[in-house]
Design a protein around this ligand. Structure first.
Ligand SMILES: [Zn+2]
Length: 511
């Protein structure tokens, strides 16, 4: 355990770091010093501030370890405590907002977001040490590249923590993970601490919204815009107004909304929010396979993106026209039925939905509208335009905005499980169909994959070839998952139905 003297020196080092990396105002140093002495139950500060090499391993980690060792906190609350500590030295919301807007007016909006993003990493709100553990690769398929990430950044909870979390009383505050009331929230075992979260007030469609970074960073500068009001997700013409306003404010970012229905929407349907960030998602780089024009919107170019699923792309430098055109596509798609391809817009519930993504290139707005449908039937209880059951070992959850644009976030459990699959191909594990289909077999869900791989490759591969074969299988599965989400399949019948929607549904002519 650290001595009192060492703890006090590390507190000084933490304050130096905060002044340098978090823009802590030196005028606040004394206040923060005394707050930290209180947090670490110290009676006086150290006189000196020794040099150090790495901030995380030399200062932050040992201070948190000291808090655990000395009983200030407990093992299960390690991250809660670390967030509390960083929260003390992170500037107040008012100072962060003032600095953000000062940078925007003096040096441009990119400087402002660069600064906020760097602050969000430096105070460990974005836990880069964890995010760097993710396994990422790219794969080039028939319609361009896709990205695959095995998400190892969410720390696994041990059974003891899970048991403790269950005992926590549920207060219903904050109402969800996105509400503005998360800023400064101390957290508990069921809800992350957010003392390090800083949000920037913005105006979208004349309404108060907030900008923050995603703590998970699934891609570069992964940002979130969320409504000041806790209200359900919805995609309406008003959404396009807000998304277009967003890219006017932040032309170096894209912004998009999940569809507002389960299965095709994101994990949070209870709070109206959008996801954006740098324009790096695979779908954005593909061209078009068919172009259309409209007499009603002469300034808007309509096209079908050359992508795995069904994307209507609008391009125009006329904000009013592109807004009206996007609203028309939404309106028409929401009630479009074409039984020849299984698209039924509504049964008892609404099934057609749109995932809109907006970005700006120069003066041009680009609105990508991914057509979705969440209908289920007896043969497809998880969704007709959802990954087939044979692909559920790779991804079973709803396919949201990030995935439909070609970036797959796969669960961390796959790291271990895929390594186990490889062992069947090298002969280290012996395939026994009966044993593998037992309810309690840990690899049961991968049975189909193992069988398919064995019949293609046999069981005498080298470790390297086995790894490649499994990666190829996962890549192909991701492409198939994307194709499952296509309401108009990439075959003759599907594309004819797509053309019919463009012409008859939207009243467009081939350009
Ligand atoms: Zn909320």
């Amino acid at each position: 355990m650290l001595s009192d003297q060492q703890v006090r020196q590390k507190i000084n080092q933490l304050l130096d770091y905060a002044q340098k990396a978090l823009d802590l105002d030196p005028r606040d140093r004394m206040l923060k010093l005394n707050t930290l002495l209180d947090l670490f139950k110290q009676t006086a500060p150290a006189e000196d501030t020794p040099d150090y090499c790495d901030f995380q391993t030399d200062i932050a980690d040992p201070l948190v370890q000291y808090a655990v060792d000395s009983g200030i906190t407990d093992e299960a609350s390690r991250i809660l405590f670390e967030t509390r500590m960083f929260g003390v030295v992170t500037p107040l919301s008012s100072a962060v907002t003032d600095k953000f807007y000062a940078l925007q007016s003096e040096r441009g909006v990119k400087s402002a977001t660069d600064w906020l993003f760097s602050l969000s990493k430096a105070n460990d709100y974005v836990r880069m040490t964890d995010i760097k553990k993710n396994i990422k690769w790219e794969y080039v398929g028939k319609f361009g590249k896709i990205g695959v990430t095995i998400n190892l950044s969410k720390p696994e909870k041990d059974p003891k923590q899970i048991a403790l979390a269950k005992l926590q009383p549920k207060s219903g505050y904050p109402a969800c993970m996105l509400c503005e009331s998360n800023v400064g929230f101390a957290g508990n075992l069921n809800h992350p601490a957010r003392q390090t979260l800083r949000t920037i007030p913005i105006t979208l469609g004349g309404e108060p919204w907030w900008l923050q970074y995603s703590p998970y960073q699934y891609y570069e500068e992964h940002a979130i815009a969320f409504s000041d009001e806790h209200r359900p997700m919805s995609v309406t013409p008003k959404s396009f107004e807000r998304l277009l306003d967003f890219v006017d404010l932040f032309p170096h970012y894209f912004m998009g909304s999940n569809a507002a229905l389960p299965i095709v929407g994101g994990s949070i349907l209870t709070h109206d929010h959008y996801q954006g960030g740098l324009k790096v998602l695979p779908m954005m780089s593909v061209g078009s396979r068919a172009e259309y024009r409209s007499d009603a919107f002469p300034e808007v170019k309509f096209s079908v993106a050359d992508w795995y699923n069904s994307v209507v792309r609008l391009t125009s430098s006329d904000k009013k026209q592109i807004h009206a055109a996007a609203s028309l596509v939404l309106d028409k798609w929401n009630c479009w039925t074409d039984e020849s391809v299984g698209v039924i817009c509504k049964t008892t519930d609404q099934h057609n939905a749109i995932t809109p993504i907006v970005r700006k290139e120069g003066d041009s707005y680009i609105v990508d509208m991914i057509l979705r449908n969440n209908r289920t039937d007896d043969a497809h209880p998880y969704g007709i335009f959802h990954p087939e059951e044979r692909l559920h070992n790779i991804k079973k959850e709803g396919i949201g905005i990030i995935e439909v644009m070609g970036l797959f976030i796969l669960p961390g459990r796959l790291k271990k499980e895929l390594a186990e699959v490889e062992k069947y191909l090298t002969g280290e594990n012996t395939f026994n169909k009966e044993a593998l289909s037992a309810d309690d077999h840990p690899m049961r869900k991968h049975g189909g994959m193992i069988e398919a791989l064995l019949s293609a490759h046999g069981s005498a591969l080298s470790a390297k070839s086995a790894k490649q074969a499994v990666a190829d299988y996962v890549n192909d599965a991701c492409v198939q998952i994307l194709e499952c989400t296509a309401v108009f399949k990439n075959d003759e019948i599907g594309q004819a139905a797509f053309a019919k929607f463009m012409k008859d549904g939207l009243g467009l002519k081939r350009a």
